[in-house]
Write a protein that binds this ligand. Structure first.
Ligand code: GLN
Ligand code: ZN
Length: 764
């Protein structure tokens, strides 16, 4: 009996983002339901074929989703919140898909106005899932037939028995959120389990042999109750679904103290992610009961690098020696959802660089090749060795001066010249800002003509000079109206930037860009992360020209706008050949040089955005302190090259500061702006309780809708803020993201905001 090869899930968007096109056309009424379904059928078939061609013994089905796999589960299990009841009667009976999209995106039709379900990040990825909502009275029932249809379709198309993929019951509950108090969602397990069992029995009756249940929470910190829920759930399932071969899949972290729990579950196979937690193999092998199989996730599903076969083979040989071939399976570490589709399409990528990479399709070929090598095909191993060696030694990757400079960073490099109170005094004297100074977070509306300009520049239909001229025009007019409405600290508007990470990546050495390297972020939205392949350095100024130009157009202070090192790291594909911290320090040094260059060019206020610091938090609590240490230090390295009189701002846009407030304070930015308007300033509690010492600008209006807030409501928020924090430390600004708004509402809202600040000054 040979090892089985399988895949946990395939990216569903399509190599040319066909699913995005189809969904968006359907939402706009440009195509009907049958065309949408046809597009989905074609994509699934194409992906099944790719997986079959790559020799997968078990082909996943139901990993395809129109929007999100967690939302699919909510529909399968009938966890449809009450507020969608009118949609069910509003759409015709065949239109489950419209109810589904209503849950994902809200429903504003036929006089109904129903909000969408909440969305949040899928573990430590940049994928967002739709959060299940549970009430204390929550009932579950078999509601959607998607998984059964997918099974039939995959079996028919592939001529094999496919492997349905579901999120396991405990993870499904833990992914959700309680609506109403007085209960914990894990207590709903008793009501949920019968429906899971019904689904599994139905699949079995249809002919399913293997079923994959994703339980990523097994690789996180669990409470006693949660661990107990795992035992209850899987014992019950094992009792009621005899003969079904269940794979419990874990990924993104190691099992650690949950090893015995996971290995002891009465299932056929346990999947572990060795790309994220290689050291767990030993303990898992020891803990595995005599009949249980082990699926080894050896190919990285979170990155774009070619697999190092030597490493993977060592894992596989070890497992085979311990368990025998029949009990070992090979797979990628996690679903390939988080990797781009096909490297073949990257025809413009430099061939050497390409030889170092693998996208989803190539990753499955790697699984196949690993198996072939174990069967004796050594030529494949040789080819892999030379690709790995080429990357390890390439002069394009390794720059001694960058490595030396990074290794030589001292505490002094990460410390401003004087402590904050002294800096504050110098800066107050320099800028002479009023109390409640007003500013914005950086970007202004990226209108269609600005976007088109960039497209034209890319196509070569306008010259760089003509492009610059138009950008300059947009910048100057933004400056003029900021002056008119009376803002105190201006921004240039970021019109020259496509994206806050890509813009810097394009100007730094060590970054590469793909043409089609799209990864699903949420729904039909995809991102194309840059690839950090080598030591990072800054060959020339990146933002000085535009910032200087903008400052030359006004007497008021112009705030420069940079993206911070952790955010650049977090929103890119990163090197896997050195610690993330080292890459981050390299980026930090490049940003530091830019900060110094801006100061030299006469810029007095510089903002370094770090919206992604929180999302970089490791999944395991025990690892968080260490991460925060280097993340904060990297920011400080970027910020500390300037004199006391230069004011460094930072910006963060999330709503949870309680557990990291100490580290946020340790960043020691002169001014931090945060997103608070939706929480009515409650978020400031963490800052107030901590007695946050530096200046702070809590967002006073939510930019997520076109609604123009009144001066009175913003004044009320400012008053609330003033009750919690010293008035001399308070700034007035909106939340971030004005780039997604239109001009009319932006101008009206900011004018009201400036009025609110004036009122607040008078009230003091
Ligand atoms: N300066 C950026 C902007 O205003 C910040 C965006 C962000 O933090 N996500 O768009
Ligand atoms: Zn933000």
């Amino acid at each position: 009996m040979r090892m089985l090869k399988h895949n946990l899930g395939y990216p569903r968007m399509g190599s040319r983002r066909q699913l995005k096109t189809a969904c968006e056309q359907y939402w706009q009424g440009q195509i009907g339901r049958s065309e949408l379904f046809l597009a989905a059928k074609r994509l699934q078939e194409e992906h099944w074929k790719i997986q079959q061609d790559a020799g997968m013994d078990l082909i996943p089905c139901n990993d395809f989703s129109f929007y999100d796999q967690v939302l699919d589960m909510s529909l399968l299990l009938g966890a449809v919140p009450e507020r969608y009841a009118p949609v069910v009667t509003d759409v015709d009976s065949n239109a489950e898909i419209d109810l589904y999209f209503a849950m994902a995106r809200g429903y504003q039709q036929h006089g109904l106005d129903i909000t969408a379900m909440e969305m949040t990040k899928w573990f430590d990825t940049n994928y967002h899932y739709i959060v299940p909502e549970f009430t204390a009275q929550q009932q579950f029932r078999l509601f959607s037939n998607k998984v059964f249809n997918a099974f039939d379709a995959a079996r028919h198309f592939t001529g094999t028995v496919p492997k349905p993929v579901l999120i396991g019951p405990v993870s499904y509950l833990l992914l959700g959120k309680e609506k109403g108090s007085g209960f914990h969602r894990i207590a709903l397990l008793n009501r949920l389990l019968p429906v899971y069992i019904e689904v599994l029995q139905k699949l079995q009756a249809q002919g399913a042999v293997w079923v994959q249940l994703d339980e990523p929470f097994l690789a996180t910190d669990l409470t006693e109750e949660e661990a107990a829920a795992y035992r209850t759930a899987y014992e019950e399932i094992a009792r009621k679904c005899k003969g079904l071969k269940l794979i419990v899949a874990t990924y993104f972290e190691g099992l650690k103290e949950n090893t015995a729990l996971a290995a002891g579950l009465p299932v056929c196979c346990l999947h572990i992610d060795l790309t994220r937690a290689p050291q767990q193999l030993e303990k898992v092998l020891q803990a595995l009961p005599p009949k249980t199989s082990l699926s080894l996730g050896v190919v990285d599903g979170r990155n774009i690098w070619k697999n190092d076969y030597e490493t993977s083979l060592a894992f596989l040989r070890k497992a085979v020696a311990a368990l025998g071939e029949a009990r070992v399976m090979i797979a990628p570490g996690c679903s390939l959802l988080h990797t781009p589709a096909d490297l073949e399409l990257e025809t413009e990528l430099d061939p050497e660089m390409r030889s170092w990479m693998a996208f989803a399709r190539q990753k499955l070929q790697e699984v196949q090749e690993l198996d072939a090598i174990l069967q004796g095909n050594t030529a494949l191993l040789e080819a892999n060795r030379s690709a790995i060696l080429s990357r390890r030694t390439s002069p394009r990757i390794h720059k001694q001066e960058v490595k030396q400079r990074t290794a030589a960073i001292t505490d002094a490099d990460a410390t401003r010249q004087s402590p904050f109170p002294q800096r504050q005094a110098v800066q107050t004297a320099r800028f002479r800002l009023p109390l409640f100074p007003t500013t914005t977070i950086g970007s202004f509306p990226q209108t269609d003509d600005i976007r088109q300009l960039r497209a034209q520049l890319r196509k070569g239909s306008i010259t760089p000079e003509a492009y610059d001229e138009k950008i300059a025009e947009a910048t100057v007019s933004a400056i003029r109206w900021q002056e008119e409405i009376g803002l105190d600290v201006l921004v240039h508007g970021e019109f020259e930037r496509n994206d806050m990470v890509e813009y810097f990546g394009e100007r730094l050495d060590g970054f590469a860009f793909t043409r089609n390297g799209w990864v699903q972020s949420y729904g039909s939205r995809c991102v194309k992360p840059p690839v950090i392949y080598g030591d990072v350095s800054r060959p020339a100024d990146m933002t000085v020209k535009w910032t200087k130009y903008a400052q030359s157009q006004t007497q008021l202070p112009m705030k420069a706008m940079l993206t911070g090192p952790v955010t650049i790291l977090q929103w890119s594909f990163v090197r896997d050949d050195q610690p993330r911290s080292v890459t981050t320090y390299q980026i930090a040094l490049a940003i530091r040089d830019e900060v110094v260059a801006l100061e030299k060019a006469g810029i007095g206020i510089i903002q370094i955005d770090e919206p992604a610091i929180r999302e970089g938090l490791p999944l395991r609590k025990a690892d968080r302190e260490q991460y925060l240490q280097w993340a904060v230090r990297a920011f400080r390295v970027a910020a500390s090259g300037v004199k006391d009189a230069t004011q460094v701002h930072t910006h963060m846009c999330y709503s949870e500061f309680n557990d990291i407030i100490r580290h946020i304070a340790a960043m020691d930015a002169d001014v931090i702006t945060i997103e608070t308007s939706r929480s009515q300033m409650e978020l400031l509690e963490a800052f107030a309780d901590f007695r946050y010492p530096n200046e702070i600008g809590p967002g006073v209006y939510d930019i997520h809708s076109p609604r123009v807030p009144t001066q009175a409501e913003m004044l009320a928020l400012l008053q609330k803020a003033a009750e919690r924090l010293p008035v001399r430390n308070l700034w007035v600004n909106p939340d971030c993201g004005l780039k997604t708004r239109k001009w009319p509402e932006t101008k009206a809202a900011l004018a009201n905001m400036v009025d609110a600040a004036r009122e607040a000054r008078m009230a003091i």
